[in-house]
Design a protein around this ligand. Structure first.
Ligand code: G4P
Length: 525
């Protein structure tokens, strides 16, 4: 198969949702259709159960499982599908943001009873920043939930994206009878079944009497009314608008009952984008370029303390990746060869000889890689688009064993390279501040520093609201700001100026008092 053909058949995406909406269940059903697994229940949830937040080893075990399920590749018809898994626990949201930089599209799962929840809103913001095409799956139609029209309104308002239903439910909850496939004009009747695919009734169009026979006259005419309303309210589905991230097609179903999932998948492979161009600082890289390029979007540490090694996850952006070929690690300028790169098919990892744009390659690493690193066939390129967001929680990190300060230093550096959290150094007192999205990350860091580096640390409170990256075209204004706020100025790992605002009020005052300064809440601007 030519490079062009390989690219055309690749679909690399992530499923995102608020915990419990059904991401794991939907992933499993997609694997079932792809023949990658044969029975439901085979995919272990990498969800970190809420009850286990203080039980560290339990979390580690669960994170261990997630290495295997980090990327799930399978063939579906002529398509090669790669699902990139994202951590369910919101304390690891930063991991999810980065994974979103490696996908070409996204499926969002929403619980029909709960509607749009907080985590979904936040992840959608990231998709919007990157114009990532989004398909929405409204799940759990077998349960009582909200009116589908209400859900559509809420999706539109809360996720700030136009929506277009491509399937439509006939009742929900106990009376749920099926889904009409608007995209392909078909009717699927609901038969709860966790293993099998529901059979479809072939119809000519929505006026086919077969529908009345199947669901009864009352429900059939309600369906026709609903569809008429949909056609009146929502413009015809425009694939290009979807690809530009302007409109999200919506499907309804029940992942647990394998219902509405095939419609979703069949439509997904047809409309979802194949690997898209990637923007580097220097230029835009097209996937069909012959020369290989890729970037590291995730580093997963082996949790065995006696065997410190990592897997760096590389997304292939262009050309063909080949085992044992010489590639340039742009940050160090070194040429590297990878003798045992792995591919992720189904739930197995195996050594791979070649990989194509859209594929994810796992490279065993002993500390050479950093999140965001670029690999190329020789060209000096730096991929953009791996922003850090302002952390939500901050703590001073202090050494508690003076004999181990080197180990602590090294541990902090490496964990930050992996993207576990963010480090800021306060310019006023020289103290190190770690910023995270959630409490759990502090526990992860303390545990790993001790077990992998033999270093002990303790946390000291610091009351901060946000970290903002600041810049200005006016050097004098920047200087004046830094002087005025000198107690709250820090630098990030790349030496950039960061203002640590201790409250929203202080931040707003600073923005008002210093109009020449630009305040950014992500590290990429
Ligand atoms: P997540 O990865 O998004 O966190 O969600 P997950 O798939 O683990 O699903 C959360 C819960 O919702 C699970 O129940 C799952 O069985 C259930 N679920 C998923 N899809 C549907 C659906 O279409 N209908 C109904 N009624 N339930 C659904 P659980 O009790 O939390 O877990 P489990 O013990 O069943 O695994």
């Amino acid at each position: 198969m030519s490079l062009q053909e390989e690219i055309a058949r690749h679909r690399t995406f992530a499923i995102i949702s608020h915990p419990d909406a059904g991401k794991t269940t939907l992933t499993e059903k997609l694997l079932l259709f792809g023949g990658a697994i044969h029975v439901a229940g085979a995919v272990k949830s990498n969800k970190i159960k809420k009850t286990a937040t203080s039980d560290w080893m339990e979390i580690e075990k669960q994170r261990g499982i997630s290495v295997a399920t980090s990327v799930m590749g399978f063939n579906y018809g002529d398509y090669k599908i790669n699902i990139l898994d994202t951590p369910g626990h919101q304390d690891f949201a930063e991991d999810t943001y980065r994974t979103l930089t490696a996908v070409d599209s996204v499926i969002i799962v929403v619980d029909v009873a709960k509607g749009v929840e907080q985590q979904t809103r936040k992840l959608m913001e990231v998709c919007r920043m990157r114009n990532t095409p989004v398909i929405i799956f409204v799940n759990k139609l077998d349960r009582e939930g909200r009116d589908p029209f209400d859900i559509l309104d809420e999706l539109e308002n809360e996720l700030k994206i136009a929506v277009r239903p491509l399937s439509w439910p006939i009742n929900i909850g106990a009376k749920f009878k099926g889904v009409y496939n608007i995209y392909e004009q078909g009717l699927d009747l609901f038969k709860p079944d966790k293993q099998k695919v529901t059979e479809r009734i072939e119809i000519d169009d929505v006026n086919d009497p077969a529908i009345d026979q199947a669901v009864g006259e009352a429900d059939a005419s309600k369906l026709r009314e609903d569809l008429e309303l949909i056609e009146g309210v929502y413009p015809e589905f425009d694939v290009d608008a979807y690809l530009r991230g302007e409109v999200a097609p919506v499907f309804f179903g029940s992942a647990l009952n394998t219902f509405g999932v095939k419609e979703l998948l069949d439509c997904f492979v047809k409309i979802a984008p194949s690997p898209r161009p990637t923007q580097a600082e220097e230029r835009k890289i097209e996937p069909q370029e012959d020369a290989f390029t890729g970037f590291v979007f995730k580093i997963h540490a082996n949790m065995d303390p006696n065997h410190r090694s990592c897997i760096a996850f590389v997304k292939v952006c262009s050309g063909k990746f080949e085992r044992n070929a010489n590639y340039k690690h742009v940050r160090s300028g070194k040429m590297m060869r990878f003798a045992a790169p792995t591919a992720f098919m189904a739930q197995k990892k195996s050594v791979v000889d070649e990989a194509y744009p859209g594929d994810i390659v796992g490279i065993p690493d002993t500390g050479n890689f950093k999140i965001g690193d670029t690999l190329t066939s020789g060209e000096n390129l730096h991929f953009k688009g791996l922003p850090s967001f302002s952390p939500e929680m901050f703590k001073y990190i202090e050494n508690t064993d003076p004999m181990k300060s080197k180990q602590l230093e090294k541990g902090i550096q490496q964990l930050m390279d992996e993207g576990v959290a963010q480090l800021f150094v306060n310019q006023f007192n020289g103290r190190k501040i770690i910023g995270t999205v959630g409490q759990l990350q502090f526990e992860v860091i303390q545990y790993r520093l001790l077990h992998e580096y033999g270093a002990q640390c303790r946390w000291e409170p610091i009351s901060l609201y946000k970290a903002c990256w600041i810049e200005s075209d006016d050097a004098a204004a920047l200087d004046a700001f830094k002087k005025r706020k000198h107690q709250f100025m820090a630098i990030d790992r790349d030496g950039r100026d960061v203002f640590l605002a201790d409250s929203n009020y202080v931040l707003q005052m600073a923005q008002a008092d210093f109009p020449a300064i630009r305040f950014h809440f992500t590290s990429e601007f």
